[in-house]
Design a protein. Structure first.
Ligand code: S3P
Length: 431
């Protein structure tokens, strides 16, 4: 029998790694980035920045970026390839929009089916010229300009990518830009900007709305950045320890930003034995260690108000729910349809194959926990989606790895060391 046991330092956070590279590139001078996540998505951002004239190289375990300032991108001589990365596409479209250069953006099959107009509609309103495929998709061309208008943007969708794209654009816009988000989303861009000494205002409005006011253009002075461990990557081993008997793990150096660790709150409500210990603050983010041990979980209702804070953790929470007593309901999952795969469909498809009782209605999922027996020849479809492949790799431990999971290469999108860390934490137990 297998169990999870031991302690490990989790790889750098994906969201912060993208932002560390982009904001270092938009700063003036040399930055050293420590613990950058070297995943396929982050490498897509790095390659694009290099094509925009930014000097970036590895020095020992760190990355060095020579920033050209907020108006310093050079027109690229080929299309900017975002690969599979929505964050790269959305954030970089925003970042180049207020530089006077013309760029085209491309991506892989999955990314070419994901909406880009959610960002470009705001940029067009302030003077950007954008040409999209079928009015919404990559490939797209954007004619950037340093004369974009300062304006008020109201973001209706819960998306940190849209917000961050508009913040990056506003850094080189002359005058006051106001960005209002109706539903709060992860705030790494704001925290990193503050750490870099950029002066801007954040105001809580009525309901759950927040207004960010920037008064550009800004000159950002470069600073060294350390990237904290990725809580979304940690979530796989947290759930692994909770559902596999006799397990106990400690995951170290995890970023504990409240907008990213709502999954811990849910797992605690489910009866998970979890301990969180804050240890320090780096580059504006709290960091600490998380311990988890095997627990008998019970089903819960997860309200839609939490969906933007759980957005990347629903697949692994669904795995936890499949092992809990009773029914778990996950509400308000519509944004999951627009990720690397349609994650509602990816979860439904594989759960039904495994014989787990799951239903979907109006983008809500209901899952009934059940002890399962597994047929050796079952093949789980990852849909080329890293979080689906990792979630079922965790469930597979309960089945002594009898399931086959197709296309596991996609795991390198966000967590290239996942298999290495998984094997390190797995121990054999008797009986
Ligand atoms: C991200 C924001 C989220 C998340 C993605 C990374 C970011 O997307 O799903 O993995 O780094 O800003 P949305 O904010 O668009 O939902």
């Amino acid at each position: 029998m297998l169990k999870f046991k031991g302690s490990i330092k989790i790889s750098g956070d994906k969201s912060i790694s993208h932002r560390a590279l982009i904001l270092s590139a938009m700063s003036v001078g040399k930055s050293k980035i420590t613990n950058l996540l070297e995943s396929d998505d982050v490498m897509s951002t790095m390659k694009i920045l290099k094509h925009l004239g930014i000097k970036i190289f590895r020095e020992g375990n760190n990355w060095i970026v020579y920033g050209n300032g907020s108006n310093g991108f050079i027109e690229p001589d080929k299309p900017l390839d975002c690969g599979n990365s929505g964050t790269t596409a959305r954030l970089m479209i925003g970042a180049v929009s207020s530089n006077p250069i013309n760029c085209s953006f491309i991506g892989d099959n999955s990314l070419s089916k994901r909406s880009m107009s959610r960002v470009t509609q705001h940029l067009e309103k302030i003077g950007s010229e954008v040409f999209l495929t079928r009015k919404d998709y990559l490939p797209l061309m954007i004619n950037g300009s340093d004369k974009l208008l300062p304006s008020i943007h109201k973001i209706q969708k819960a998306s940190a990518q849209i917000k961050s794209a508009l913040i990056l654009a506003a850094i080189n816009i002359h005058g006051k830009t106001k960005i209002i988000e109706n539903i709060p989303t992860r705030d790494h861009t704001e925290r990193l900007l503050k750490f870099l000494g950029v002066k801007f205002k954040i105001k809580k409005l009525r309901n759950r709305s927040t207004q960010i006011e920037l008064d550009g253009p800004y000159e950002i002075k470069s600073k060294n950045i350390e990237v904290a461990g990725d809580p979304s990557s940690a979530s796989f081993f947290v759930v692994g320890a909770l559902i596999v008997p006799n397990s106990k793990v400690t995951l170290k150096n995890i970023m504990l930003n409240p907008s990213r660790i709502a999954f811990l709150k849910i797992l605690k409500q489910m009866g998970g034995k979890l301990k969180i210990k804050k240890t320090r603050k780096i580059c504006g983010e709290e960091v600490g260690n998380i311990s988890a041990e095997y627990s008998q979980l019970k089903g819960v209702i997860i309200p839609s108000s939490l969906s933007s804070f759980l957005i990347d953790e629903y697949p692994i929470l669904a795995i936890a729910a499949s092992q809990a007593r009773g029914k778990t309901v996950m509400k308000g999952l519509s944004e999951l349809r627009h990720k690397e795969s349609d994650r509602i469909n990816s979860i439904l498809f594989n759960f039904k194959k495994l014989g787990i009782n799951i239903t979907e209605k109006n983008d809500n999922l209901s899952i009934y926990g059940k002890k399962l027996k597994v047929d050796k020849n079952l093949i789980i479809k990852s849909f080329n989606d890293h979080r689906i492949a990792m979630s079922f790799s965790i469930l597979n431990i309960l089945f002594q790895n009898k399931l086959k999971i197709d296309n596991q290469k996609c795991i390198a999108i966000s967590y290239p060391d996942f298999k290495k860390h998984l094997n390190y934490l797995l121990k054999k137990t008797n009986g």
